[in-house]
Design a protein around this ligand. Sequence first.
Ligand code: SF4
Ligand code: SF4
Length: 477
Amino acid sequence: MNAKDPSKLTSVDEHGDRLRIIPAEVRGFFRRQRTWTQLILLVIFLILPWTTINGRQTILLNVPDREFALFGAFFKAYDVPLLFFILGILTLGLAFVTSIWGRVWCGWACPQTVFIDTVFRRIEQWTEGNYIQRRRLRDSSFSLEKFRKSGAKWFLFILFSSLFAHSFMAYFIGAKELITMMQNPPDNNLTYFILVVIFTAVVLFDFAIFREQFCVIMCPYGRIQSLLFDQKTLAVMYDNKRGEPRRGVLTPELSPEIPATQKQGDCVSCNRCVQVCPTGIDIRNGLQMECIACTACIDACDEIMEKVKKPKGLIRYGTLDGSKISLLRPRSLLYLLLILLLVSGLTFTLATREPIHIAVLRGMGLPYSYVKDPTGQELIQNQFRLHIHNQSSALGRFKISLPAEFLDQGMELIAGENPLTLPSDKDHEWYFFIRIKPELFKNKSGAIKSKIYVEDTLSGTQFKTERELYLLGPKSE
Ligand code: SF4
Ligand code: SF4
């Protein structure tokens, strides 16, 4: 692979067609560190949705049911403020890390890099050989050997994509639901079955085919890098001063006017740094948007420097202005300050959050109706709907009641199941009626301000709250 025009995408030819990159394998210090880091992350990504904290899935992002769980905390759709704080902290945390350590996330920890590096590229190596054999196989015409090797590769790709799709699905629909689904025939859960098939196809397409194109073209985080970077951000850099003029660009014989000491830089133009690059760029052209900071070119160049007996580090981690990384910069301090504000907001919201979520709404239909009690006396009846969600981690037995002062006035509360037993994380629509003597509406404007109590009579939360409600009746003349 030759060095290309830096103003053009390396993975696309002049006709706009995709140039498939098969990067060379690389060994070295960073490759070893990344392998271990990525193996650990792979295990974490895969087992996280199958683990629980406080009886809840560790991470759950159930969008259809609007239920979210994050490391023991559980959120419903009405917890949007909490999600706002959490997402804000995560986004600013990433911006903070990027402003100091550059694209360390992309090269070391992004699931896209982790799954491709640790699984899909390895499958390619097992089935089709090293990068030279793979390139040869790619360019060869159809043969039995090509069919056999490619068949084995795609079989394993599909198998692992399906495995990963199931794990990813567990993040979105819940591990328990997924297991239940898997134990039943597909036609019992047709929607989810189709979803798993679509997910498998997406994983297969992304990790096996689309690959670096996702980082280069689609990833929104990659697109905003230039906003988060500054002169002091850590990045993978080529030492221009030391490397240039590179071999072949200027030779002593051809350029006798240049002093001998300047005639040859340390770069031997071996192109090894380009060959190992998963996005196909030439780091010698300077910092580029396509660089995911995977450090492969550092290891590749160090290996060459060792061979030509020059100091390592011609390509290395560095900052644009050559300074050391520092956490105490206006940009990073601003991110930290904003993170601190969001953490404070989150802590306050969590501290003041009730273990039970309650919303009282009027029943559908007429604002009030007339009913008769067993003695034949006419009463006014208001219907309400109480949505209750047990956000605590304990079973609750909830009771609704009217305050004594309203009972003394002859008001009566009627609810189907009272008290109501509700397990942790479950919610319920509770219908109840309040019956009022018509004379209470005398001299009133057709509405009486009242309230109900809701208390947990079982769990240790000692939860008791009240909600205001307006009882409607006929307006007095
Ligand atoms: S690997 Fe090093 S020596 Fe070889 S081309 Fe790249 S920068 Fe030059
Ligand atoms: S330029 Fe180097 S660090 Fe950047 S993506 Fe290519 S190989 Fe990785």
